[in-house]
Design a binder for this molecule. Sequence first.
Ligand code: HEM
Ligand code: CA
Length: 632
Amino acid sequence: TDTNGRTRRQSFIDFLPWNSRIGTADSPAAAATAGGTMVTGAQSVAQQNVADVCLTSIPCNPRARYRSFDGSCNNLQQPGWGSVNTALVRLLPAAYQDGESRPRLTSFGRVLPSARLIRTTLFPERNVPDIRFTLAVMQWAQVVAHDVTLLTEKSAPDCCASNGKLLPIETLHPNCFPIPVPANDHFYSRFGTACLPAKRTVSSDDFGCTLKPQQKVIATTHFLDASLVYGATGQTAGNLRSFRAGRMRAQITRDGRMFMPNVNTPTQSCNVATNTEVCYRSGDGRVNQHPDMAVSQVALLRLHNFLVTEFAQLNPQWTDEILYQEARKFVIAIIQHITYNEFLPILLGENYVRENGISTLKQGYSNLYNSNINPSTLASFAGGAFRSLHSLVPSVFNLVNEDRENGGAPTRFSEWMNKPGIIQRPGNYDMFLRGIATQPQQAQDIFFSEEITDLLFRANGPLGQDLVAKDIQRGRDMGIPSYNHFRTLCGLPKATTFDDLRDVMDEERIERLVKIYPTVDDIDYLVGGMLERIIPGTLTTPSFRCVLGEGFFRYKAGDRFFYEYDISPGAFSPDQLSVIRRFSLSTLICLTGDNIQTMQRNAFLQINPGNALVPCRQILTELDLAPWRFQS
Ligand code: HEM
Ligand SMILES: [Ca+2]
């Protein structure tokens, strides 16, 4: 029995009923005011829903200066928390029809409406550029998403019949969870397609845990710790570094530009014809998904290799290992700093991040760390709220030259999925990078690009997948409770009729919901959250913000190595911390461009008189690495 009076189990750390306080909290903001800095007010291990994934006991070295690769031993009391191959945690009880694993049904016990029907009815294709923000917001959000969550689909034979029809339910493999397409679908009907393939995802059962209901297990570290750059296991990390002078392995083009190394068999991992074509290897398999994703990973790789060169000059005595780990620590800090300092105020609102303890400090160390906070990614975050940002995804990526004009034909999204070689063509890396900081992102709204709603991963054919339909289906696969439960969680009154949704939704959207769902209790979380009005000054809605805020609170308060803390043996010195605090996304872009001359100070905001282009030379003078010089 531990100090909290709970009995410790050997095979897994804990499994406790739902946090009753979360279910009854008025609102995260109210809970925060009542309970100090905390978003939900979760105070102790006993109040949290701790995911059981048969965590084995792991020996930890409390004096370790650097994070482990797999996230273990971050929390010294609960060494498995936040580590790779552990489960997401739930804020609310899972919604499975059998209480274990089978996707929920409607209130009348019927199959839920088709995720594709919902997508085409409620979330049409439309091009609405954002008036304030650049594509950098979208792209940074995806970097964060790939750092903190990675579900894996289970293996199964084809989940749709070869003629595009649904397979009879009796013959369907248990790992299949296909999406039915209505006969009058505006796009797929042309191809006679009645079925979109989708599968169930890996869960606690697959790890030999007899946990009911099942929990989804992710294949990366939950922490915001640059796992997408370095990998989430010691083995992956080892394969990605050169073990010389602290450097990450890289390929250098004939004219001296640096990119990630290639995978061994590009034809297997990318949509390319030969194994001599470009297909990158990095800490996260999604690196090749589209050109701007690959560009983002190149930028982080170049930052690492830049740092080790500088550190080696300051400290000639440093070994490969020290150089590598110090650069890695810096890269992680930069990802955390840009996320909490620049990105989250845009996503959640300036006041919200300040009032809920997730804003950054201007000076000094933060004391937010709380070893009772489970840092794990929330199921409703990965399977709901954070996916709402798929609305920001554009149809094309602009190639932008130094004059901020198009320097080539815009690249159409669906033509360049899983084909990253285009970023290595002369001049293109810089033009994609400038494009990220110049091109407007799509507005956060109920509209999506058809490049991802009909054409996703179409490879070379005319027919692709529907990302939004998949997201809705995924929520059901993950046992995410319906929208009404999240209203209560987030401080809105539970809706008893569709009319009760008027507090956060426009009439015309409610009318469409009524046509689709049998009762107000059946609405999927992602769907209801998307249809709510955006909170002014944010990119989100009430039922999403509370989950996003909780998630980002936990990634900070539950991460012993968070860059603003002085509690880990390898904490930054005050001088180092102030260098990191001056680092912005524009610093990253200026530093890692091949030849980018100018950048606006705030790369997330479109260029305008108040956010004008300034010479990169000027931005980079603020990056002074002298505090990394050590006396031996
Ligand atoms: C830029 C184009 C993007 C594409 C093509 C894309 C595509 C995808 C795909 C195919 C999935 C897996 C869906 C499933 O089967 O469950 C996914 C998941 C996800 N996406 Fe995106 N995405 C994009 C951008 C973004 C952005 C900007 C965000 C911002 C937050 C984001 C957040 C997520 C999250 C949180 C997941 C769940 C990941 C997991 O837990 O496995 N994505 N995305
Ligand atoms: Ca991570």
